[in-house]
Design a protein around this ligand. Structure first.
Ligand code: UDP
Ligand code: MG
Length: 334
């Protein structure tokens, strides 16, 4: 993927920002803290940790404030309510001051040790270094097949450079980050946006660990929403699909209608007395269903796009911050 870029070698970043969204992570935070306190001193650069409390309903914010009060490097953005993972990461990226940013989960599923390799690729000149999950062995064929299909479909719908089999765990350089920050759309799919801005990217392979504590905040419902956001916000293809479906069905209907007329004429004219003619109520009912269904589907797809236009023209802020900790001065709300 990288062959057509000319990479420029560079030094380690002066400051590395870790962006970590937290939603009901009180159980995972102690593990995160002890792991980061071990790994960060070994990094070849200074770092800051930006933790976003995404409207947690447990004691996450208390834990975070405790951590921040003992360490000035630890900065907190406290949202007024739950805005979702992609928005929380966006806020972290807005507030990060480092020359490079690493986005990771609070649950240690993205091992901080991998950041070492990411920094090595950064020095080689890559602007996006994304964590690519090692081949998953021992998963059901259904899971493997659906993941395979999902990522290929996303590649068609979102962007041809969308990295396969990777989540949001990645290092992003300052120039690339500044480009992504210009995109203020409400329905966000950061992986797709990263591919869209088009800086040199490369994977590092890693093994995704099990959650350190607590449970996943990405149930199937949220996963499907993310997939739909990705498909609809990035591509007019679904709209065009409904148009083609409509055309195909209309043509079929026309042909069937024509045949019916010809048959009726043959029957009643008496020229072909042997022709069996049965008034096709079944055909009519089937056609009605097909046509009605496809009209509703098309309207539904249209509705999705219009809902998104509505969200965008309202141009509300992406998130509301209740309070921040350890930032020198409170930045303007975005
Ligand atoms: N998260 C968040 N807001 C949400 C859902 C999740 O900030 O509405 C955070 C969560 O705390 C975690 C990260 O996003 O740090 C990824 O979520 P999770 O680990 O539950 O997802 P999974 O790894 O299971 O896909
Ligand atoms: Mg996780």
């Amino acid at each position: 993927m990288s062959s057509y870029y000319s990479l420029k070698k560079r030094k380690n970043p002066n400051l590395l920002s870790l962006v970590i969204p937290c939603y009901n992570e009180e159980k995972a935070l102690p593990f995160l803290r002890s792991s980061l306190e071990k790994v960060i001193p070994t990094f070849p650069c200074k770092s800051e940790i930006i933790l976003i409390n995404d409207g947690s309903t447990d004691r996450t914010i208390e834990e975070l404030v405790k951590w921040a009060s003992s360490d000035k490097k630890v900065k907190i953005i406290n949202f007024a309510r739950n805005f979702g993972h992609q928005i929380a990461v966006t806020a972290g990226m807005d507030f990060a001051t480092g020359d490079a940013v690493v986005i990771m989960d609070a649950d240690l599923q993205d091992p901080p040790e991998v950041i070492w390799e990411m920094l090595a690729k950064y020095r080689e000149g890559f602007d996006v270094v994304y964590g690519k999950r090692e081949e998953r062995v021992g998963e059901s064929w259904f899971k493997l097949a659906s993941a395979w299909l999902f990522y290929r479909l996303m590649k068609i719908l979102v962007h041809k450079d969308l990295p396969l089999d990777s989540g949001d765990f990645r290092l992003i350089s300052r120039p690339c980050l500044d480009a992504i920050k210009l995109m203020r759309e409400k329905h966000r799919f950061l992986r797709g946006m990263g591919a869209w801005v088009g800086f040199p990217q490369t994977p590092v392979i890693y093994k995704r660990a099990a959650r350190s504590a607590g449970e996943t905040k990405y149930p199937l419902r949220k996963m499907l929403t993310l997939a739909m956001n990705a498909a609809i916000s990035f591509s007019p293809l679904p709209l065009r699909l409904s148009l083609s479906l409509g055309i195909i069905i209309a043509i079929t209907g026309f042909i069937i209608g024509l045949t019916a007329v010809i048959k009726a004429w043959m029957h009643y004219s008496g020229l072909y007395p042997n022709l069996v003619y049965n008034p096709g109520w079944a055909t009519i009912v089937a056609l009605l269903c097909i046509i009605g269904g496809s009209i509703l589907i098309s309207i539904g797809i249209l509705g999705e796009y219009i809902a998104r236009i509505f969200e965008e023209v309202k141009s509300r802020p992406l998130y509301i911050i209740e309070s921040t900790y350890n930032f020198n001065q409170r930045k303007e709300k975005k």
